[in-house]
Design a protein around this ligand. Structure first.
Ligand code: CTP
Length: 455
């Protein structure tokens, strides 16, 4: 059967998506399915764990689906904050959206009370992704022009996070060349267009312009985080502190929470890598779709890494490995019998240095947590441990470092230094993985036999 013009296919941002291929085939006169292709929601596959999604709701009858979208996003693990335009509140109340998201809904740019909480710039920074669903024709036109005349359009401009819009409008409005030109402008500027679907519309007409279903929005939002930059590669990551036992109840350790290493493992997984995380003791849940090996001491971490280094393409040493351990671990609890107590400490193996000494060595990334002279110390560590890249940050500063949720990294390699802004650890990890991928592929072009034998 031929393409039924009354049922056009879903639009996808990627020209290689099967739906677009089908449309292409149809335009070439091939037989195609008459029904629009659907992206089916698979609750097992879709994960947005710990992702911060800013959901923008604009004026459209499809706003009634927004409450469901929030529920589905949260079920997939995301934290959701909602921003509504004035027109959106004509279709669904802010109270409903507050109830389903669990957070106050922001509506106005110049709202003193709201700005004293999470200001609009903070909100823009907070988001890992911005999804505007439903996106009216008017709102898409505004974003295409770079306008910032209300809170939501301002956030779209002010946020560095990826932006997606799910159009919802009458089919004539969707087909209008002005809307299509806005869509093209948005796509050219990296904005993803989710949908629209086609079928019977609220206005009684039939055609393209209906917002895609909440389940499909969740699937596509999750896909925004999958970069594919490390597809087919094995990434080995260490994270967390190590515990070096003094006696059965005491140990030497440090303040590492493991958050940065776990974020690196998650970002590598989202970039398509097979990831093994060797973790010291932390309070964190194992990241999804990552093989997690729990160890306690530096020597256990060393052994776990040694057993896997030969198959790793990339190694990231994010663990705060204790440099020393007690020479002896007392079998029984040490009693306080004297005024002083001497502990003899001996050096632990250097896991990072051992990985860069391996033949063939993977692409090796080390971390440096310093209290001063950041760049100079990072350069010294880069050379001393013969690694490809050092991610360095200052510790002991408020809001960044060991236990904090944010991190301010500089990346140092033989070519120089790149400074990342202060970012959430999840975003900093994604940036780091991007920089690693660029350097890895530059160092290992596809024809490199190393890549072939390790796949
Ligand atoms: N590292 C390691 N094994 C160790 C010690 C450190 O793999 N036994 C790794 C960390 O995971 C991190 C980097 O090395 O990637 C940190 O370097 P390191 O020289 O240990 O940092 P500091 O302990 O701060 O060193 P120094 O006291 O010499 O500044």
């Amino acid at each position: 059967m031929r393409l039924n013009p009354a049922k056009p296919f879903l639009r996808y941002p990627s020209p290689s998506h099967p739906a677009n291929r089908t449309r292409e085939l149809a335009s070439e006169g091939h037989y195609v399915f008459a029904e629009p292709l659907q992206v089916h929601f698979n609750p097992i596959m879709v994960s947005l764990t710990n992702k911060r999604i800013l959901l923008g709701v604009t004026g459209s009858i499809a706003a009634y689906k927004s409450a469901e979208t929030v529920r589905r996003l949260r079920e997939a693990g995301a934290e959701v904050r909602v921003v509504m335009t004035r027109a959106a509140t004509e279709f669904i109340t802010a109270l409903t959206m507050q109830a389903v998201s669990g957070h106050p809904v922001r509506q106005h740019l110049l709202d003193e009370q709201a700005e004293s909480g999470m200001g609009h710039i903070e909100l823009a920074r907070w988001a890992d992704a911005v999804l505007v669903a439903p996106a009216s024709a008017n709102f898409m036109a505004k974003v295409a022009q770079g306008r910032a005349d209300d809170l939501l359009s301002t956030l779209c401009l002010a946020s560095g996070a990826p932006l997606a819009v799910a159009p919802a409008m009458n089919r004539q409005m969707w087909d209008n060349p002005l809307t299509q030109s806005n869509v093209a402008t948005l796509q050219k500027n990296g904005v993803r267009i989710f949908g629209p679907d086609s079928g019977t519309q609220a206005c009684g007409e039939t055609g393209a312009g209906r917002m895609i279903e909440p389940n499909d929005l969740v699937t596509m939002t999750a896909a925004m985080f999958e970069t594919g930059e490390l597809v087919g590669l094995n990434v080995l990551v260490t994270a967390g502190p190590t515990w070096e036992p003094i006696d059965p109840v005491r140990m030497i350790t440090n303040r590492s929470s493991g958050k940065m290493g776990y974020a690196v493992a998650t970002a590598a997984m989202e970039a398509g890598a097979r990831v093994t995380l060797v973790s010291g003791p932390t309070a964190l849940a194992s990241p999804e779709r990552v093989e997690c090996i729990r160890v306690t001491t530096a020597r256990e971490m060393f052994d776990a890494v040694q057993a896997r280094v030969a198959t790793a393409h990339v190694f990231v040493g994010a663990a705060a490995v204790a440099d020393y351990r007690p020479a002896q671990t007392a079998v029984d609890k040490i009693k306080k019998t004297a005024d002083t107590l001497d502990l003899v400490l001996i050096r632990n193996p250097d896991i990072l240095a051992s990985v860069s000494a391996h033949t063939p060595a993977p692409f090796v990334v080390g971390f440096a947590a310093e209290t001063g002279d950041l760049e100079r110390n990072a350069v010294a560590k880069l050379r001393a441990k013969r690694v490809d890249l050092i991610a360095a940050n200052l510790v002991g500063q408020p809001g960044s470092g060991f236990e904090a949720d944010d991190n301010h990294l500089i990346l140092v390699d033989a070519a120089g230094t790149v400074e990342l802004p202060l970012l959430s650890k999840a975003k900093a990890a994604r940036e780091l993985i991007h920089h690693i991928a660029v350097r890895y592929h530059a160092k290992n072009p596809a024809e490199n036999p190393r890549l072939a034998h390790r796949q």
